[in-house]
Design a protein around this ligand. Structure first.
Ligand code: WQD
Length: 333
């Protein structure tokens, strides 16, 4: 297929580009490079031994998006472009609604203009509220508690209405739990300029000597060791879920992409210590505002309807992160 990838210079987007090329698809990437790295796209193409079209373009530029789509003639769109920091969304909500909601609307408008009828959207487990009881199924009550999660929820609502209005449109909502890991070559992984918000890239930075100690946010959650529990999923398993989504029929589909297994912060630190053979210093500090205690997927729907199941465990996730840390010590510089 001819697949248009937004945000293809980002951590997850670049690995999607690699896998799609590897499977023989033709790929066109747009990315405004505000967070992503063109080198990640180049490495993805090199690893796949294929060429890829790349345009440094923002999805909010509807006219440019139409021009690119009219020349590439995509059969499907994978939409990764967007901002993803919970903390940043609280301090700058307007940036999140402009980038994530307006950007997605612009993309859908360009698709309609170019008769492209298949959209796979990168949503997030943060659309589930703090009130629900994990493991979350797709039928769990939605109620995001921060602007990032609300921006994802708004795009989901847009897609629901577009599918209702246009019966030939295929909309697939993939709710990511906690994507971590890297390409086994060590060439593509999660590289954050500055101080990462997320746990695993921060731990990787401590192992690389870029940061001194890990802060463990909270010790009094109702979990076995008091720290937060999350459903970490290897990014390559996540990508396989996107590949499976390409074959879905018209209409709206929603899937949780997680493993169904939760790990605490301390378990992640211990696993990173064992794969690296290094001690990772940490301090236990207060809870981070906005965090929930436990977030775990019920992945049964994706297993049944997508014939998809995560294959990799936490050790393999951490092993690939450590390999990326060693092979790409300065990321994409
Ligand atoms: C994981 C656990 C923290 C950092 C967010 C978004 C989600 C997705 C991934 C986009 C929690 C603890 C963290 C640290 C810590 N984003 N932690 N010290 O918040 O579950 O999910 O990022 O797709 O949509 O909501 O991920 O990695 O920030 O936190 O103790 O330095 O690690 O409290 O329990 P989170 P995270």
């Amino acid at each position: 297929m001819r697949i248009f990838v937004t945000g293809g210079a980002g951590f997850i987007g670049a690995l999607a580009v690699w896998r799609l090329l590897d499977l023989g698809h033709d790929v066109c990437v747009v990315d405004n490079l505000s967070v992503g790295h063109q080198a990640a796209v180049d490495r993805a193409a090199h690893l796949a031994g294929k060429s890829v079209e790349f345009y440094p373009c923002d999805v909010r530029q509807t006219g440019q998006m139409i021009e690119i789509m009219q020349s590439f003639h995509p059969e499907a769109v994978m939409h990764f472009a967007g901002l993803k920091s919970v903390a940043e969304s609280v301090s700058s909500p307007e940036r999140y609604y402009e980038n994530n909601v307006q950007g997605s609307l612009s993309l859908i408008q360009a698709m309609q203009q170019c008769q492209v009828h298949r959209l796979v959207f990168s949503s997030s487990a943060t659309v589930y509220g703090a009130s629900g009881t994990p493991p979350f199924s797709e039928q769990a009550e939605l109620g995001p508690v921060n602007p990032y999660g609300r921006s994802k929820w708004m795009v989901e609502l847009m897609m629901r209405d577009v599918c209702a209005a246009h019966t030939d449109f295929t909309g697939v909502i993939l709710r990511y739990f906690n994507p971590v890991g890297a390409h086994p070559s060590g060439q593509i992984g999660e590289w954050v300029q500055g101080s990462p918000n997320n746990l695993v890239p921060y731990v990787m930075g401590v192992l690389q000597g870029r940061f001194d100690r890990v802060r463990v946010f909270g010790s009094d959650y109702p979990t076995p060791d008091g720290s937060g529990v999350r459903d970490y999923i290897h990014v390559l398993d996540l990508i396989e879920g996107h590949v499976a989504a390409l074959g879905l029929p018209a209409g709206l589909s929603v899937f949780n992409l997680g493993t169904g297994r939760g790990y605490s912060v301390h378990e992640v630190i211990q696993t990173m210590q064992s794969v690296s053979g290094r001690t990772i210093p940490f301090d236990v500090v207060d809870r981070r505002p906005g965090d929930v205690a436990i977030s775990i997927a019920d992945p049964g729907c994706a297993e049944r309807l997508l014939c998809w199941k995560a294959q990799r465990d936490l050790t393999e996730m951490c092993r690939d992160v450590w390999n990326f840390a060693k092979c790409s010590p300065r990321g994409y510089e």
